[in-house]
Design a protein around this ligand. Structure first.
Ligand code: GDG
Length: 461
């Protein structure tokens, strides 16, 4: 069997400091069987990074990492990936800051990564590249002679041609994605938008999930990511004994908990969500003193200006809502910019009467799935979910809202708080079945099967 090499911007070496709280490490955990490799940035900056990757072995898996100079990190990560691509792919054209020199830095880092992996990859390896930081990586690895199976999964949304065209280097990005054998997206909508871009911008021929370009055939398909539902449900059950979970439970003194968990990111709709909570207290005063809203939002990408502005905005909104509604013995909204340990998080979801997941745009949103997995069957909470999260394509029994409409979110919260137990259980049973069906394992299997079928695909091309 071919060795699997995973490539991503950050490499979550087990027990290393700064290992990411993001969805990727969790989703791919099952793939890391002994013998596999994970390649990417070490998270360190160096004046003169070595060309050879540093190799660390943990539980039979080789972690191969390279350092970046601070200038490369600025243009590649802060500039192009997070200053231009992230806003564009989240439909925020107004926030896109395109600079030629950042794009040049992005290409240069991808080149140096490809050169570095090129030194340790074997020709029959299967290489699976992750996310928007590394779009040109596959083409560059091929140019270095790599002949094995080459796949790419985009964790974030994709946009229709009319929007992608605003990006000055859109054609290059689409062509680079076409250089992979298989490209996976979170939803059919994103996959279709990509195929439309290939057709319109490059003149490719599209036939179902297949794209034919310059005599090659590749596949662009939807493969929704999932979680380790069983493991997460188990953690949530056990977390009843977690000290922090117990302290939060006690602090509620019988009040219903509304919980939100998101990286502090402008795509997550946090200001609108805070507004919505204020509207809920305004429009439905019967809930005052009876509920608590806890928002956990670990700081993220503070090098990017927009993220610092978001922090200030949230502080302001939280202050305003608490200033307006607090009583001597009740603070309606608590928000913390610190990350919680994973088990604690599972236990907190389980305490939630409402899980509020209202991104303005999101590839999937794993928090929605985690909240469902963590609920007790006998008395489950209700998920309020944005229609613009990839998860909304599957989790249709949630209360689906438009995240740009704080009043609609407030109404959904009210509906959730007053929903009869029988309806809560019915919705939960349907949602749970889905979350336990489309797991992280199923996601990985589907992708790797598509990738291993590529020789067959090319034969018929
Ligand atoms: C990208 C895409 C896509 C959050 N706070 C804490 C914490 N988390 C964990 C959550 C969840 C993960 O981080 C966040 O995943 P999401 O899917 O919600 O969002 P992104 O980080 O934006 O992830 C997204 C995902 O990739 C996977 O493909 O769904 O659309 O944007 O697992 O639980 N974990 C801990 N403490 C926290 O405070 N331990």
């Amino acid at each position: 069997m071919a060795r699997l090499v995973i490539v991503s911007n950050r490499v979550p070496i087990p027990k290393s400091r700064g290992a990411t709280a993001g969805g990727l490490a969790v989703a791919l955990r099952d793939l890391l069987i002994p013998g596999s490799m994970w390649f990417g940035w070490s998270g360190r900056l160096a004046a003169e990074p070595a060309a050879q990757p540093a190799l660390v072995e943990a539980r039979g898996v080789t972690y191969a990492t390279v350092d970046l100079t601070s200038e490369a990190h600025r243009s590649f990560y802060v500039g192009f990936a997070n200053g231009a691509l992230w806003p564009l792919l989240h439909f925020r054209l107004g926030l896109m800051q395109f600079r030629r020199e950042d794009y040049a830095g992005y290409l240069a880092v991808n080149e140096s990564f490809a050169a570095s992996l090129g030194q340790v990859v074997k020709s029959d390896d299967t290489v699976w590249v992750h996310d928007y930081h590394l779009i040109p990586f596959g083409r560059m690895l091929r140019e270095r002679g790599f002949t094995g199976a080459l796949g790419f999964f985009l964790h974030v949304p994709f946009v229709p041609p009319s929007m992608l065209e605003a990006m000055p280097v859109a054609r290059d990005l689409v062509a680079d994605l076409c250089a992979y054998d298989v490209v996976g997206f979170q939803t059919e909508e994103h996959a279709r938008d990509f195929r439309d871009c290939a057709q319109r911008m490059l003149g490719a021929t599209v036939d179902g999930e297949w794209i034919r370009l310059n005599g090659r055939r590749m596949r662009a398909f939807a493969d929704p990511i999932g979680i380790d539902a069983e493991g997460f449900a188990r953690d949530a059950g056990r977390a009843a004994s977690d000290k922090l979970v117990q302290r939060v439970a006690e602090s509620l003194v019988g009040r219903a908990l509304i919980i939100g968990v998101d990286r502090m990111d402008y795509s997550k709709g946090l200001p609108q969500r805070f507004e919505a909570f204020g509207r809920l207290l305004e429009k439905y005063p019967e809930h005052r003193r009876r509920i608590h809203f806890l928002q956990i939002c670990p700081r993220s990408r503070e090098e990017v200006d927009e993220y610092r502005k978001l922090r200030i905005e949230l502080d302001r909104l939280a202050g305003r809502i608490n200033g307006k509604f607090s009583e001597f013995d009740w603070t309606p909204l608590r928000y913390s910019a610190r990350a919680a340990p994973r088990t604690t998080l599972a236990g907190l979801y389980r305490l939630g009467r409402i899980g509020v997941v209202t991104p303005l745009r999101d590839g999937m949103n794993l928090v929605a799935k985690e909240f469902i997995a963590a609920q007790p069957d006998e008395d489950p909470g209700v998920l309020v979910l944005s229609r613009f999260a990839g998860a909304a394509h599957e989790l249709t029994e949630a209360l689906i809202v438009n995240p740009f409409d704080p009043d609609a979110i407030a109404d959904a919260m009210h509906l959730a708080l007053t929903m009869p137990a029988a309806e809560r259980k019915e919705r939960h049973a349907a949602l749970k079945a889905k979350v336990f069906q489309t797991t992280a394992q199923v996601f990985c299997q589907r992708f790797l099967e598509a990738l291993s079928a590529r020789s067959l695909m090319q034969a018929v091309a």
